[in-house]
Design a protein around this ligand. Structure first.
Ligand SMILES: Nc1nc2c(c(=O)[nH]1)N[C@H]1C(S)=C(S)[C@@H](COP(=O)(O)O)O[C@H]1N2
Ligand SMILES: [Mo]
Length: 366
């Protein structure tokens, strides 16, 4: 038998903070957090990629703002818990013999998948909300598919470890182990406190760790993709909004301003977790497409260059019919800043920010 290095014996295996009770409690917290992440993540996925039969509702207006805030802030808060859990259980990596039976080998393979997948989800998620992409794959697709692998491995892990949870969670923890758990919990809580202001505006001054502060940007709103990045310049007098398809019309900017104007208060709720509310003024989408069939789909198209991933967005009936859905021309009492979509942008309730198309030039009714 190979002897383990002496250092590892001393450093890794002597801490009394590690115990089944600590590992089980952290496991329960992680199980809850991963379930919330899966549900809110799937919700976001299906809002962005709805199957033809799914006309998701436009109300309540704040729903996506809350679910995506929970997804992102909850994910960030899970990082300290996952690290604490891995620190608690990693001596098991050096268990001897490493594989006792075929069942044990399979169990360990799923644990490996769970650990690798969880680290991948949380750290690529963290980099994604920080707008840092040191990789070449498309984050959203990788995050979506890895979620199923992780959750599948989690279910198997819970099934094999459940007896440990049942026997150790009812037993009170020793004070030093409880302190360790409370420290991990406090790190998690602090993460929430220093980021949640990016979506929960009353705490925005505390959002020092958040990559987007909801109050920063032209007209008091953050900007994800700038006009320069999208290859869009300020529209001139030649600008026309074209309505096409089963309803046809064309409007100059001045003509849009002469149509009945409405003001609504709605948030931009970015997929990356930040959100910010504003007062938008403009023309109701249902006025622009008046005469469209009740089951029509309205496609809103931006003047940004064709390669832009968020150049078009679709409105199903609950959204284009909603009186809150506007082709906005003004925000917070001012003409839209170019960065916010001048001359016109889409703003609609209960909808991911990526679908609130800026620099709108065409609306197609089909
Ligand atoms: N044409 C176009 N519209 C767009 C985008 C884009 O890249 N191109 N980005 C979207 C994203 S991801 C968000 S969160 C919102 C942000 O709006 P804001 O920059 O006005 O805050 O705009 C959306 N509209
Ligand atoms: Mo976004």
């Amino acid at each position: 038998m190979v002897r383990k290095p002496a250092l590892m014996e001393k450093v890794a295996f002597t801490s009394t903070l590690r115990s089944e009770g600590v590992a089980a409690r952290l496991g329960v917290l992680l199980g809850i957090s991963f379930t919330v992440a899966l549900v809110t993540g799937l919700f976001s996925h299906f809002l962005q990629h709805p199957p033809p039969w799914l006309n998701w509702p436009s109300r309540p207006v704040w729903l996506y703002r809350v679910t995506q805030g929970v997804h992102v802030i909850g994910g960030l808060a899970t990082i300290p818990l996952l690290l604490a859990k891995l620190w608690t259980v990693y001596p098991k990596l050096w268990q001897w013999p490493p594989l006792r039976s075929a069942a044990h080998a399979a169990e360990r393979a799923f644990v490996l998948l769970l650990v690798a997948g969880s680290l991948f989800q949380l750290f690529t998620g963290l980099l994604n909300v920080a707008y840092t992409y040191p990789w070449s794959f498309f984050f959203t697709t990788a995050h979506y598919w890895t979620a199923f692998i992780v959750y599948g491995a989690l279910i198997i892990h819970v099934a094999t470890e459940w007896s440990k949870v049942r026997r150790s969670v009812p037993v009170p923890l020793e004070p030093d182990r409880r302190r360790f758990l409370l420290t991990a919990g406090a790190a998690s809580g602090l993460t929430v406190l220093l980021t949640v202001g990016e979506t929960f505006t009353p705490l925005k001054r505390l959002a020092v760790l958040a990559p987007r502060n909801p109050g920063i940007g032209p007209q008091g709103l953050p900007v994800n993709r700038t006009a320069e990045e999208a290859g869009v310049g300020p529209a001139g007098a030649e600008y026309r909004l074209v309505v096409d398809g089963t309803v046809r019309a064309e409007y100059s900017y001045e003509e849009l301003l002469r149509l009945p104007q409405h003001t609504v208060e709605l948030p931009i709720s970015c997929v990356e977790g930040w959100s910010a509310s504003a007062h938008w003024t403009g023309v109701r989408m249902r006025d622009l497409v008046a005469g469209a069939a009740p089951d029509a789909v309205v496609t809103v198209e931006s003047s940004e260059r064709p390669s832009g991933a968020y150049r078009v967005s679709e409105l199903r009936p609950p959204h284009w019919n909603d009186p809150l859905t506007l082709l906005a021309l003004r925000v917070n009492g001012e003409t839209l800043h170019l960065e916010h979509g001048y001359p016109a942008r889409l703003i609609a309730p209960n909808r991911p920010g990526v679908m609130q198309t800026k620099w709108v030039k065409r609306v197609t009714v089909s």
